[in-house]
Unconditional design. Sequence first.
Length: 305
Amino acid sequence: MDTAHETTELLDTKLLRLLDLLYSTGSVTRAAELLGQSQPTVSIWLAKLREALHDPLFVRTPAGMQATPRAQALIEPTRQALAALRQISEWQPDFNPATAQRKFRICMTDASHITLLPQLLAHVRAAAPQVALEATRIDADTARLLTAGEADLAVGLIPDLETGFYQQTLFEQQWVCLANARHPRIGKTLTLKQYQAEAHAAIASGTGSGLLAAALKRQQIERKVILEIPGFLGLPAILSTTDLIATLPRQIGETLAKVTGLAVHTCPVPIPGFTVKQHWHARYHHDPANRWLRGVCSALFLQNK
């Protein structure tokens, strides 16, 4: 034989507040004043409360409204419930970088390790001394890491991040060429003829390298690539000791040149620029710690300050 199960209806918050105030004041009139309601309205609420709890709850005596044993048993859980509701309503999450103890994980390219990470680390160490940073690569797993909260931000050119992600442009990137400052055949200006004649070192991976290769192909310009490397870290030593040239984004190019004394040339081939953005998942859009980190990145790198 089937048994029907009735669904218990939760009490309205205003009824819980009425129970608490009647217990404290012993007066319908005073409870109405504290609730900002008329006495007839509060009387209606009390009738609903009695019906819901199957008990008179309060009875009129010369000393005022006195609680029944049922009301006495309910007052403590009622006050606990109200306190919990107030805590939820008043809760305003905050992130104090000066005292926070946590690690931020940021997906970025190896170029960003050289150009962005040192500035970001210096700021974080000054503003949030107990916060640690972890840099991890951008790859096919980046979207999952951001969605799961296993990474906080992704910084770079990441066109595959779409639905469910926010993004903010930090700066525009153009292209330059690097060469040995004492290159035997290149003076102050790198010409298109020299660009096609000289030997090149090329970065073999990354979205930016794909954009470069596609632009050269569209313009039917061929490079004599004799060395391919996976990233930028070994490039300065190679260019400083050979006559190779390299085409790379302006920010990483100028940073490497400043450190190693390489020559920076305007790229003689019109390569379309691209935007470097920071990306985060919608789940963490209002998270205080994530908002703080995003604010730091935008302050440091917005429009390539």
